[in-house]
Write a protein that binds this ligand. Structure first.
Ligand code: GDP
Ligand code: MG
Length: 599
């Protein structure tokens, strides 16, 4: 018999029901079979004891262990597994008369036995109340997901999950963990609406990437269900209590919430949890601060930081002083607080005027360009889509390229020449989901460059499964900064590493105009340049012309060159108002009446 553990006093009928579970072949792709989960909850509820089952990757039940009210013994020989591979088993167990929230013991079993996943089913009155799941991320790190309903759990593809885990778990840590480095816990939220679990998981992933880019060491992540945030603490009181225990057990130094916290929420959370609290905005600000290179970029970041810090000065956060660079933010006395506030306000005013100056200089530059009639093409797109790589491929500009979020903060403009047409190419800051509002406004000057472009190349990472969501995000931010009615070419990049070519091609066909390229391998770049020329809006300008009657041929040419808006046959010449593409060819230019350009 493969049922082990404490079998004392268990009636035969229950043993038989458990034994029957071995005869079922479970789908290899479902994390937990629905029948199996319900049956476990039911039997465990009757017995009032924990039950654990171990499933292998083919969907076969390997063994069942019965425990007591609060614990269940681990499988023998599971401990001290090969640290370089997962065991290929997942543990599904019950918490009778309790929530499925994972205990520290559950987590340490997960890591010690190197399970694929540790799933706990909370049981009340023999029915499932909630489910939590933990999966390994690194040797000592893990993700927690929950609370989930059985439906939500069965929606998760096991194969996809395990591929992700194995891809990440054994790759050498890019991040050198030093003893003294603060340990961060990241928390994202699932509102419980349809499809929100998927969105929340994606958002959590992005927050993890952001933390990585900001050089923050992520110890653990959690996905929590939260339907309505608490106005004073964001998280609910009960959750705060659990979290406070968890933080102490795990010696977490900083908790980062995947949201924007009000200053009050942040300081209340710090008081309650006794550690530093940061939100998504703070992480993004930190990245911006590390990466701004040009004078303008630095000024904009400083402005955004000070605006973020000002209302939070009274709080206690360490984290802010890292952001604030030199401003004493840890519990200053009232007088000090006032002085600090005054200093910050003065600096904010200075920054505003410095940025305004740079903006004016930019306008002058832009006017020069308009006079020269060189079309401007702006690269926009989600962060990490490959904008800078494409810019490098098209020019030989050495724009900083790196596989991190936000590698480019400052706009860089380069000139290229293709088919005798000069073009200016501008690389811009990457867009990102939930880009904090104060950042959009801080970077308005930079983003303004986009609003003056003649054509946008919207670069999409075609190899990213979340690409459609990213396209929407970029479009939303474009709208926010006031970009309307602009010709956009959708460029699906990284086509060299797409797994499902057909699926992506179908998607590309939905958009028009769109094109698949690989900036890295320089595939389809010429077609892209041809498309740029084709879609570049022709700059039309209105002119008044006097054409002598002995040059009727010119009139014919004008009809093919532009639109004739008005024509009058005068005594000694033909007068016409025409709308023409620029630059104007010589044969027309000679007939333009001085100062007749209407723009
Ligand atoms: P940006 O944030 O949009 O400017 O993205 P980057 O140009 O910095 O590129 C982000 C990462 O994607 C870098 O590691 C690039 O090497 C990589 N990348 C860019 N284009 C391609 C491509 O066509 N194929 C592949 N495989 N990788 C690419
Ligand atoms: Mg870039």
């Amino acid at each position: 018999m493969k049922i082990g553990g404490n079998l004392n006093g268990i009636r035969k009928t229950y043993l038989k029901r458990l034994n029957d579970l071995f005869n079922i072949k479970y789908s290899p792709d479902s994390l937990v079979d629905t029948f199996l989960a319900i049956e476990l909850a039911n039997v465990s509820g009757f017995l009032g004891r924990e039950i654990a089952v171990y499933l292998d990757r083919r969907g076969c039940l390997e063994s069942i262990m019965i425990g007591d009210r609060h614990t269940v013994p681990l499988l023998k020989d599971m401990r001290r597994r090969d640290p370089n591979s997962l065991s290929g088993l997942r543990c599904i167990h019950t918490h009778p008369d309790a929530s499925g929230e994972l205990s520290p013991l559950d987590i340490s079993s997960l890591l010690e036995a190197r399970f694929d996943a540790m799933i706990a089913i909370g049981v009340k009155d023999r029915e499932i109340v909630d489910i939590y799941m933990a999966t390994p991320v690194g040797i000592n790190n893990y993700n927690i997901l929950g609370p989930l309903s059985l439906n939500e759990l069965t929606e998760i593809s096991f194969q996809g999950l395990i591929t992700d885990i194995e891809k990440n778990i054994f790759k050498p840590s890019v991040h050198n963990v030093e003893e003294k480095e603060p340990k961060a816990l990241l928390i994202s939220f699932n509102s419980g609406n349809n499809g929100s679990l998927h969105d929340a998981a994606q958002s959590l992933n992005e927050l993890k990437e952001l933390a990585f880019t900001a050089n923050i060491y992520v110890h653990a992540t959690m996905l929590l269900k939260l339907t309505k945030p608490d106005p004073s603490t964001y998280l609910r009181k009960g959750k705060l209590h659990d979290l406070s225990l968890f933080r102490q057990q795990e010696a977490i130094d900083i908790i980062i919430l995947d949201t924007s916290l009000s200053p009050k929420q942040q300081s209340n959370l710090e008081d309650f949890l006794g550690c530093d609290i940061a939100d998504r905005t703070a992480v993004i600000l930190q990245i911006f601060a590390q990466r701004a290179k040009t004078k303008e970029g630095k000024l904009q970041v400083e402005l955004a930081q000070l605006n973020y810090i000002l209302p939070r000065l009274a709080g206690s956060g360490h984290y802010l002083s890292r952001l604030g660079g030199g401003i004493g933010t840890r519990g200053p006395g009232e007088t000090k607080l006032e002085t600090d506030r005054r200093k910050i306000r003065t600096r904010i005013n200075e920054l505003h005027s410095e940025i305004e100056n740079i903006r004016k200089q930019r306008q002058v530059l832009r006017q020069k360009r308009t006079v020269n009639e060189i079309p401007v093409i702006a690269l926009v797109g989600y962060t990490n889509a490959g904008k800078s790589t494409l810019m490098n491929a098209l020019t030989s500009a050495n724009v900083f390229v790196e596989n991190k979020l936000f590698a480019t903060l400052d706009p860089i403009t380069k000139r290229i020449n293709y088919a005798e047409q000069e073009l200016l190419l501008t690389d811009t800051v990457g867009f990102i989901d939930k880009l904090p509002h104060q950042l959009v406004s801080a970077f308005r000057a930079t983003l303004e460059e986009i609003t003056h472009a003649d054509l946008l190349l919207h670069v999409v990472n075609a190899a990213d499964p979340a690409r459609e969501g990213h396209i929407d995000t970029v479009n939303r931010v474009l709208e926010e900064i006031g970009v309307k009615n602009k010709q956009v070419l959708l460029v699906f990049n990284k086509c060299d590493i797409i797994e499902d070519q057909v699926e992506v091609q179908n998607e590309i066909n939905k958009y028009y105009p769109a094109l698949a390229i690989s900036a890295l391998n320089r595939t389809n770049l010429e077609i892209l340049l041809d498309m740029i020329l084709e879609y570049l809006p022709q700059k039309l300008k209105t002119f008044r012309l006097h054409i002598p009657y002995d040059n009727l041929a010119t009139i014919n040419k004008i009809y093919t060159w532009g639109h004739v808006l008005e024509i009058e046959y005068k005594e000694d010449h033909i007068f016409c108002i025409v709308s023409l593409r620029t630059p104007i060819p010589d044969f027309i230019e000679q007939y333009i009446i001085a100062d007749s350009i209407e723009g």
